[in-house]
Design a protein around this ligand. Structure first.
Ligand code: SAH
Length: 517
């Protein structure tokens, strides 16, 4: 099916560099094309996260995905011909096609051959350069490809050709004499013979050398040695493709400027089970500290519309207290207020309480400063704080919360003699999305699963099933969540002393800092 608003002549193929792996290293132009194109033709080294980004974007018609990375029986050149034909066919159909290639399309990527094929057919194309693995993988390992005093030139070379074969087109001894940094692509298997060729050409076997596997991914691994010993070290450590090899004095800089794999949570796989609308800050923070974050939406927020909400809004000024238990509650309350043609002035003269700082921030963003926020961010503490004020007896209280939330606070307030109206602004519903992926990752072994509420515990248990839950190590935001997790058989190994997202993140960092093996 072609887009009816396009004519055949509009077809364009964009040869886009996907970057080395870290989705953040895709160019802005590349990102823009991924979310607006009609089709994506990709191969093995394109990060699936980029395809997920493209698929998740709403558009008139779903994006067509073509995986051309599978290596069947066909020869390299037959495969390349098929790819060229596919690109030509899609462009002739008037489609805007992203040809997504790992790293940079013109660095050992055969992008130029595809461009030639399109040019021969007089079809339109554009080149969108990418961050090549030969620069990015070393950079993420703390190795600059040039450095004043250490290397004034860099050579990118393919290790695809075996130097032991007569037909080699790489002049290894010239490279050995050139004196700059050598960055080798596709050369894990041929490294023993390449090292020999370089040493025979006059390069010292003692020159520092490093291999970086899966550069810029959370699973990045780096092995450092010398030109003479690297091949054996790679073998010992079991590194296989994709690997970038760097040879030259610049490799020593890793000792001082290594950073990516030295972050506190590097190498840890952490599952984040909050609702999608809230998970961004937790997963962003964990990822920034180096964790491999498996972000599974355990629940999603479903707003509830009810006359009770509208009635509460009309009578807002009659309440002595309005209590919010989450930022979602604040957001949805604000939506309801606006839908009723009202705004924050309706809260003039009303006391506002928030259960924690994120809720208080959400209130501030709608122009409302909270009058009360407890020291510990749990309902019990807020209840104590309200009791201490001694002004709730006989007072009208509006309790704005989620369906199925704990009743400690409203029940306690009723006991204190308050007249409590409970309005449920939303419910958290388990989301089927990503459940298979979650099960797969848990079976493969994760370090810890985070829980930010009692409902995230039950949603997680619903998603993966009872057997998978027992024995999982959990990190909890506070005592109530911990108790809920323990009843499910989860081994809670981390509990935040400060029940906030930053508090949970700090507790995880402390936990893994202790676990030096
Ligand atoms: N066009 C790509 C290179 C394609 S050739 C680019 O510009 O990066 C494929 C080779 O690239 C692999 O064999 C490996 O040597 C290297 N490579 C690609 N991605 C890599 C990564 N994330 N980490 C290490 N090496 C990588």
């Amino acid at each position: 099916m072609t887009n009816p608003t396009r004519t055949r002549g509009d077809g364009t193929v964009y040869l886009v560099g996907a970057g080395p792996g870290d989705p953040g290293l895709l160019t802005l132009r590349g990102g823009e094309l991924l979310v607006t194109c009609d089709a994506i033709v990709y191969d093995a080294l394109a990060n699936p996260a980029l395809l997920a980004l493209a698929e998740a974007t709403e558009r008139e018609q779903p994006v067509e995905l073509y995986d051309v990375g599978k290596r069947g029986g066909a020869s390299e050149s037959a495969r390349q011909d098929e790819i060229n034909e596919l690109l030509i066919r899609l462009a002739r159909d008037g489609k805007r096609v992203v040809r997504l290639k790992g790293g940079d399309p013109f660095v050992f990527g055969r992008g130029s051959e595809e461009a030639e094929a399109l040019a021969r057919e007089a079809l339109r194309f554009e080149i969108v350069p990418g961050v090549t693995a030969g620069i990015a993988a070393p950079a993420y390992a703390g190795i600059p490809v040039t450095h004043r005093g250490a290397a004034t030139s860099v050579t990118f070379v393919t290790g695809h050709e075996d130097p032991a074969k007569e037909a080699t087109t790489v002049d290894w001894s010239a490279l050995a004499r050139a004196g700059g940094t050598i960055v080798l692509y596709m050369g894990v298997k041929t490294l023993p013979r390449i090292s020999d060729a370089l040493v025979n050409g006059g390069m010292a076997a003692t020159v520092p050398a490093a291999a970086v596997q899966w550069g810029t991914y959370p699973r990045q691994r780096t092995v450092t040695a010398t030109l003479g010993t690297l091949a054996a070290a790679i073998e010992r450590e079991g590194l296989t493709a994709p690997v970038i090899t760097v040879i030259g004095p610049v490799v020593s800089l890793r000792e001082t400027i290594g950073w990516f794999d030295r972050r506190p949570l590097f190498g840890k796989t952490i599952v984040v089970t909050r609702a999608r609308s809230q998970s961004a800050t937790l997963s962003d923070r964990l990822a920034a500290l180096g964790a491999d974050v498996v972000e599974i939406p355990a629940t999603r927020i479903e707003p509830i519309e009810s006359p009770a909400i509208d009635e509460a809004i009309e009578r807002l000024r009659d309440y002595k207290w309005v209590i919010f238990t989450s930022q979602n509650a604040v957001g949805l309350f604000w939506d309801a207020l606006r839908a009723a043609g009202r705004d924050a002035r309706m809260l003039a003269g009303v006391n506002v309480a928030a259960v924690g700082p994120a809720t208080a921030d959400a209130l501030l963003s709608i122009g409302v400063a909270t009058d009360l926020s407890p020291e510990r961010f749990v309902a019990e503490a807020l209840l104590d704080a309200l009791r201490d004020r001694g002004d709730v007896r006989g007072a009208r209280v509006l309790y704005a919360t989620a369906e199925g939330a704990r009743e400690v606070l409203p029940d306690g307030l009723v006991e204190l003699g308050a007249l409590v109206d409970r309005v449920h602004l939303y419910r958290s519903v388990p989301s089927g999305e990503g459940v298979d992926e979650l099960k797969r990752r848990i079976a493969a072994g994760v370090d810890v699963v985070t829980f930010t509420s009692a409902s995230s515990v039950s949603a997680f248990a619903d998603a993966v099933g009872g057997d998978a839950v027992a024995g999982v190590q959990g990190a909890s935001i506070g005592p109530i969540t911990t108790a809920a997790a323990r009843t499910m058989g989860i081994d809670v190994v981390v509990e935040a002393s400060d029940s906030t997202i930053p508090g949970l993140v700090n507790a995880l960092v402390d936990h893994f800092a202790k676990d030096v093996t």
